[in-house]
Write a protein that binds this ligand. Sequence first.
Ligand SMILES: *Cc1c(COP(=O)(O)O)cnc(C)c1O
Length: 411
Amino acid sequence: MNKWDVEELVKNTEKEVQEQLNLADEICDFNSNKVLEAFQRNGVKESDFGSTTGYGYDDIGREKIERVFSDVLHAEDCIVRSQFISGTHALTVALFAFLRPGDTMLSINGKPYDTLDEVIGIAENKSSLKSFGVKYEQIELINNDFDYDKIQERLKESKVKLIEIQRSKGYALRKSISLEKVEKVIKKIREIDKDVIIMIDNCYCEFVGKKEPLEVGADVIVGSLIKNLGGGIAPNGAYIAGRKDLVELAAERLTVPGEGKGVGPTLGINKLFLQGIFLAPSVVASSVKTAILTSKVLEKLGYKVEPRFDEERVDIVQTIEFGEAEKLIKYCQGVQKGSPVDSDSLPEPCETPGYQDPIIMASGSFTQGSSIEFSCDGPLRPPFVGFQQGALTYSYGKLGLIKAVSELLKE
Ligand SMILES: *Cc1c(COP(=O)(O)O)cnc(C)c1O
């Protein structure tokens, strides 16, 4: 197929997924209203764009950003900081804040995201939770759903301090977990244990639907600002939101016991965080629409895709099973060529810190590693699945898709 045929294919396919695209726009309207109301309710002002240096005492803008995020996420409190290096860092801070030697952490969706292996101690590391005497257990999913009975049995056995739920699939070959399932499992957990901390890795899921996990009973959620809530504008950072006492513990782990949320210079970032969350509903919708179109186009070309175009979406991730290393590599190279930045460099699989297999990563993004921007990556292991996500606008997503498919089909 030449480039013109691919354009034709994408154009025709777009008509067939119109209903799904419209739904994404409707969710965007709903979430935009939520954000706008949060800005107005908290009286966001131009003076909030100011910033602090040094210790970062009395940063009015920072405090306002955290109130806006709290409102949007239905949190009692939250900490939104550029001092978090990444989503993994925020998850790490949260785990080290909530868990003490002798405590048990339980993951109920099988193994968590690859970069947490050394944090937890699943892979050996001298600074892991395990090295501090924190115990780790996991319960596998069955048929893409929680093993409700096994979870309840385990909770009856002995005290678990923290349960982690990761909604998005990471590099696992499973479906991402809907909020309905999260709500159901939280009810089952609470039948047995009223105080186990329920923590959600919410990466990639914010604003994909109309509700967030704290609205269905989670205690604390964690996410990255170079994903959904940064709206493609935040240059780095992450957030932890939820119960006030837990946010305080996390803040005292990130900064200093006794200082917590009261310190942390913003160094000019406040306006970017506010603009980021302001644009996030629309940028997430662009990502979801690009994913829907990708799903249908690649399915037509004979690839196994997850989710299918008409399935309910939980996150912005679209997986494509290529079956061969070479096809995954070609597609990712096409994604890179279809990007605005570094479109002339060619991604190759390589060893990446925190990951066990070589990874190929295509991300021609304004922010390094940003995956709310059009990007595709995947570990080089059978069945050679590409994990595509992001698109700052739907038009750019479509153009990127055309380039990626053209590369894939090139002889
Ligand atoms: C991206 C991601 C993370 C980690 O985020 P980084 O910012 O890349 O460290 C954690 N969990 C899930 C499910 C993710 O998708």
